[in-house]
Design a binder for this molecule. Sequence first.
Ligand code: NAP
Length: 220
Amino acid sequence: MTSGSASSDGRVLDALSGRPKVAIVTGASSGIGLEMVKRLIENGYRVVANSRKITSAMTLHNTADLKLVDGDIGIEETAKHVVRTAIQNFGTVNLLVNNAGVFIPKPFTEYTAEDFRRATQTNLAGFFYVSQLAVAQMRLQKFGHVVNISTSLVSQPIAGCPGSLANLTKAGLESVTRAPAIEFAAEGIRFNAIAPGVVNTPMNRVDGGVVIQAARRSKF
Ligand SMILES: NC(=O)c1ccc[n+]([C@@H]2O[C@H](COP(=O)([O-])OP(=O)(O)OC[C@H]3O[C@@H](n4cnc5c(N)ncnc54)[C@H](OP(=O)(O)O)[C@@H]3O)[C@@H](O)[C@H]2O)c1
């Protein structure tokens, strides 16, 4: 995360302003994103959490340090709302975690145009708009950190778990992580990607846990 110090109550503080750090986490109503928000809040961050149904999911609640924004992050208006909420409420953006993602396990030949639209809209457009806006703010501040959540399937597909749309979109996400990392390195803005293996979240409980079952069969 971005450089900083700790207050007497253990809060992570921004080194320059001495104020609590601010994070945006997309796809935060369940699974990895939800746990990330909880850990960030525990560590003293102020957080803007987004998902399409984050309010009705009732897994997180608005507080002074946590603002929820409903909406599809692949739509530009949602991205604007998310970044505006961070700046208006907390004044800055230290960390953006592009976590929102969909996994559509299907044989390659059975994907529909709607599957393609859904995967690209969430996994790629969901990175694009919010990152542009967050990085614009980070450039003003001369610091910031963008973390993109990819998948280990990009480099190692699992036998019995077809999911080419994950490869197509998340490989793009991994690749684009490198370009702005170079472009903005001199401005104090870092980009990283994390590619988790199989994690037991609601994503893997749909379709009878197809990824987990296939991973066990493959001894992944
Ligand atoms: N679980 C794994 O094994 C695994 C492995 C590798 C990588 N990953 C990656 O980790 C990330 C998190 O996955 P997870 O396992 O935690 O899955 P999850 O529990 O299904 O969470 C996905 C989150 O994304 C949100 N979301 C989906 N589409 C969205 C959209 N268009 N706009 C905004 N939010 C959206 C969902 O909430 P709403 O329905 O309310 O929108 C939910 O909060 C994903 O990018 C996934 O590809 C997961």
